[in-house]
Design a protein around this ligand. Structure first.
Ligand SMILES: C[S@@+](CC[C@H](N)C(=O)[O-])C[C@H]1O[C@@H](n2cnc3c(N)ncnc32)[C@H](O)[C@@H]1O
Length: 933
């Protein structure tokens, strides 16, 4: 029936919008749009626009005054006859001739409406217990009234006030029950308020000036619910000097006035006005208290021609579910750009429907995670909300994003009411007009990304010409080129430029090289021993480090040594999202919360912390990601360390412990106080199971499973096999090629031996529960206060919580080669590439190119540090060819441990002793045509 009414109302509205004459006989309440248009064509062709009433059918056209009203989208209400007899007959004859059936449907529908209206009246106005006011209505009565007002209530005839009359006709009957009925429907309002409050608090902390005058304008504020709800996050009477609630509906404004009188909040002013006409300067500066409760006349004509640049600006503008109700939204959004102060924040929450196709070429939306709404839902929700003149067309959100810079953006669904899509969006002025300006920010970021000298805009041109004189080819980051392209096209900058921190560098999240990871990180913890890194690298404050992000643990350990710069690089956006979350945690969380999230991997209030504290320190993309994945930290789940690709290792160990009844032994190992105790338990009960002959032969006979389970790529396997020539042989001693199955089994044996060489020494030489958090987390799924990575230490938290601790951090979402290629030659001092070189095809040009580019980016004396599954991998010779001197820092031999992880067979440093000619490095053109933006 909702659809029936929807068709009826929206078709009527379409007719009027198109300026058609009111032709109610063309309405077929029960028929589809298709049959309706068929019928229209038919009647037009016959030249008969008004079928004659046929009393004998009992479905004559109702007298106009007796018919229910139909709503109209432009605010004009028109009465229209509901059941046109002639139309029904004609249409049914077009269909299958079931006239009686169709008539019955209409009668049933009509009767249902009558019953519902009856219920509304009886429930609302009848009965003995007549509530004194709307606040006392029961939930049931409130919803009946809401239902009636939204779907049944006829709209009154339009007056002179256009949209205001339309709003009144919709809200008047339900103003008193508005709040009670919108709690569930208007989802995300509190979240949006939490997000803007967090931004305001962050700005207040950063703002050194003592100007504490703050203004908030809530556009389309309705009953003032949001302003009261804000007090959960900020004290409204204390934090804001003035708050303006602007709304066009007198009934809702009345409810709002009562609310603020009850609360005694004198700084809140209710302005009953069309949002298109609201201007702050009409109110600010007036000492007259009666400026609240205003119903202002429209501005005089000469004001239109005056310079409309506002002298006062709002620090906060919010629109909660009002943008979709404002017909002239272009005009209102334009006016908001003038209303917002240069350092202000705008927060919007509203329903939407959009397809990802709409966004495919935009780089400024802040990320498109879960934004796509499927075709059917798009169609349905638009049509559904049309009934109540709520516009879900994509243009509203698009225009908002076009006129402002995006700070945060996230999409969600109201699942309680049929998964209605809604979004929360935080914006700021498109062009930073305060220092640092947009230009300044772009230049700073570019300089930091490329390790080029920062050219201050004041002497930019002079410096640039000097650079040209010296004929140094200018190196620009992809972020810079993307920003330039946007500025040239008058588009907002990519959202990364509008963040409070500039460490995450812009990337295009729609590229296949990023989407291939399916929004999942592989490593929830980093699998490289930081203690050994620290000893070998011995970082100093003058170091410029480039390292693979992974889970970010090692990056944070490097940050503890305060090098001048750290370039964290990962192709997988989710790995960088994880690092961002950790960095944001240092910015705003006390140690206890930080420990719960990353030490235990669970936090009961993670969502609240994300919204209220972490959000101002995250990029839009990272915020979206974690909002979508709050369940990772749920206390009822398995926690952070059983997520991502590496969860398979943790799960496998847990399953095996369960199946083989080893849980107690595992606990004993983890609580062992001495190596002797630990070895004893391992040798007697755990090793015989996990390294048993049965298990080994199952895996060895199926080496592909082994490859997949361990996540070892094919080239790395070849590196492993090359260290076990006697086991992984392909030929017999007399040179005959072995059968394929035997060859595979031999390879399996090599991998098996590799596993044994990894695990046995770890248990023999490191005390897991006390000092080896790499295995502790695999066995227990969590860290402990005695056993955790360095970054989780309370002292580390103290150091990295300092304001400037991450000033030098840059997070790149790209391939190492792409980043290295855009770094100024001779500037890096350290590059940590983990085991990534093992992944190249042996002898490949790609490996040689990467080595050459590393040489180019490194300073003379700079070092590459890597680990390999091989004792002397093939590419070491390649490094030596490209001007490096190789040193093997450690090798796994004779049952010893190379480090606490012991997963790799060797660890190397390669020191640049010779530069190579720049032209030997292939640098991609930075022209916009080839940019991946
Ligand atoms: C769905 S209500 C939302 C109210 C409130 N923001 C909330 O979240 O509860 C939409 C509001 O927009 C207001 N509105 C619609 N058009 C308007 C206009 N042109 N100027 C001011 N307010 C308008 C309506 O009166 C209504 O209060």
């Amino acid at each position: 029936m909702y659809y029936w009414l929807g068709v009826l109302r929206s078709e009527k509205a379409t007719n009027e919008a198109e300026g058609k004459e009111d032709r109610p006989w063309e309405f077929l309440g029960y028929c589809t749009r298709h049959t309706w248009s068929q019928h229209s064509t038919e009647t037009d062709r016959k030249g008969s626009s008004k079928p004659e009433p046929d009393e004998s059918q009992g479905l004559s056209r109702l007298p106009v005054d007796a018919a229910p009203f139909l709503p109209h989208t432009n605010g004009l209400s028109t009465r229209a006859p509901l059941l046109p007899k002639g139309g029904v007959t004609a249409a049914n004859q077009h269909r299958d001739g079931h006239i009686v059936d169709s008539h019955s449907q209409i009668i049933v529908a009509g009767a249902s409406i009558a019953i519902l209206i009856g219920i509304v009246f009886v429930t609302t106005f009848g009965g003995k217990k007549n509530p004194k006011n709307d606040d006392e209505l029961s939930t049931w009565s409130s919803f009946i009234r809401f239902f009636y007002a939204c779907f049944l209530k006829p709209h009154e005839k339009s007056g002179e006030n256009g949209q205001q009359d339309a709003l009144e006709s919709f809200y008047k009957a339900q103003a008193g029950v508005y709040d009670a009925t919108r709690k569930r429907l208007l989802c995300g309002r509190e979240d949006m308020l939490g997000l803007v409050a967090a931004q305001l608090k962050q700005k207040a902390t950063a703002d050194q000036s003592k100007n504490q005058k703050r203004i908030w304008v809530d556009v389309g504020g309705g009953t003032g619910y949001n302003i009261e709800a804000m007090s959960k996050f900020i004290s409204v009477p204390e934090f804001f000097t003035s708050v303006y609630l602007v709304d066009f509906s007198p009934s809702l404004c009345e409810v709002a006035r009562k609310r603020f009188a009850r609360l005694g909040w004198n700084n809140v002013k209710v302005v009953c006005q069309d949002a298109r006409l609201f201007r702050l300067e009409d109110h600010e500066g007036e000492s007259d208290e009666s400026s609240s409760d205003l119903i202002l006349p429209p501005p005089a004509i000469d004001e239109y021609f005056a310079d409309n640049k506002s002298a006062v600006g709002a620090d906060l503008v919010t629109m909660s579910y009002s943008l979709s109700m404002i017909p002239d939204f272009y005009s209102v959004i334009d006016s908001l750009t003038n209303l917002l102060s240069p350092s202000g924040v705008i927060g919007v929450v509203d329903f939407y429907v959009q397809s990802v196709v709409d966004l495919s070429s935009r780089n400024y939306t802040g990320g498109a995670l879960t934004r796509h709404v499927n075709w059917l839902s798009r169609l349905f929700w638009r049509a559904w909300f049309d009934i109540d003149r709520v516009g879900l067309d994509a243009s509203r959100r698009d225009y908002l994003e076009y006129r402002f810079g995006t700070v945060l953006s996230a999409d969600s669904r109201n699942y309680l009411l049929g998964a209605i899509p809604y979004y929360m969006w935080l914006g700021c002025p498109k062009k930073h007009s305060t220092a640092p300006s947009s230009h300044d920010i772009i230049e700073r970021i570019d300089a930091a990304v490329t390790e080029s000298p920062y050219l201050h805009p004041a002497n930019y041109t002079a410096n640039l010409s000097k650079a040209v004189e010296k004929s140094i080819p200018e190196i620009r980051s992809k972020a810079y080129s993307a920003a330039l392209l946007n500025l040239t096209s008058n588009l907002p900058l990519p959202s990364f430029f509008y963040q409070n921190h500039h460490y995450r560098i812009h990337f295009d999240d729609q590229l296949q090289k990023h989407t291939q990871f399916n929004n999942e990180y592989i490593y929830a913890f980093t699998w490289e021993d930081t203690r050994v890194d620290d000893r070998i690298l011995n970082l100093t404050p003058s170091d410029v480090v480039l390292a693979i992000t992974s889970a970010g643990d090692n990056i944070l350990s490097y940050a503890l040594r305060s090098p001048a710069r750290i370039h964290a690089v990962d192709l997988n956006p989710s790995q960088n999202n994880l690092l961002e979350l950790k960095v944001a945690g240092y910015h705003c969380l006390p140690y206890a919360d930080f420990w719960k999230i990353f030490g235990e991997g669970k936090h009961a209030n993670f969502r609240e912390l994300l919204i209220e504290k972490l959000s101002p320190h995250l990029s839009s993309r990272a915020f979206q990601y974690w909002l979508d994945n709050v369940s990772v930290f749920s206390p009822t789940g398995r926690g952070l360390y059983e997520t991502g690709g590496s969860r398979y290792a943790v799960k496998l160990f847990r399953y095996m412990s369960n199946v083989f009844g080893l849980n107690n032994e595992v606990k004993k190992v983890l609580s062992a106080k001495t190596l002797i105790e630990q070895r004893e338990i391992y040798r007697s009960s755990i090793r015989p199971v996990i390294l048993s002959r049965i298990f080994s032969s199952v895996l060895i006979s199926n080496p592909r499973f082994l490859w997949a389970a361990l996540g070892v790529p094919k080239n790395q396997l070849a590196v492993i096999e090359s260290d076990y020539p006697s086991i992984s042989q392909d030929t017999t001693s007399d040179g005959k090629i072995l059968d394929k199955k035997v060859r595979e089994q031999n390879r399996g044996k090599a991998v098996w031996q590799y596993m044994v060489d990894t695990l046995d020494p770890v248990v023999e030489h490191t005390l897991i529960g006390q000092d080896n958090h790499y295995y502790q987390v695999c066995m227990a799924g969590t860290y402990t206060p005695q056993c955790h990575p360095e970054y989780l230490d309370e002292r580390a938290h103290k150091k990295l919580s300092r304001k400037d601790a991450f000033e030098g951090l840059r997070i790149h979402t790209d391939e190492i080669e792409e980043v290295v290629n855009r770094i100024r030659p001779g500037t890096l001092t350290v590059a940590v590439v983990m085991d990534s070189m093992d992944w190249f095809d042996p002898g490949s040009q790609a490996a040689a190119t990467q080595i050459a580019k590393l040489n180019n980016a490194l300073k003379l004396g700079g070092r590459v540090m890597l680990r390999s599954a091989g004792k002397k991998p093939w590419y070491i010779d390649e490094f030596e060819k490209w001007g490096f001197v190789a040193k093997r820092e450690g090798v796994r031999e004779n049952g010893g441990c190379i480090d606490r992880v012991n997963m790799y067979a060797s660890c190397w440093t390669l020191t640049k002793t010779k530069g190579i000619p720049v032209e030997a490095v292939t640098r991609d053109s930075a022209s916009p045509e080839v940019l991946e933006i």
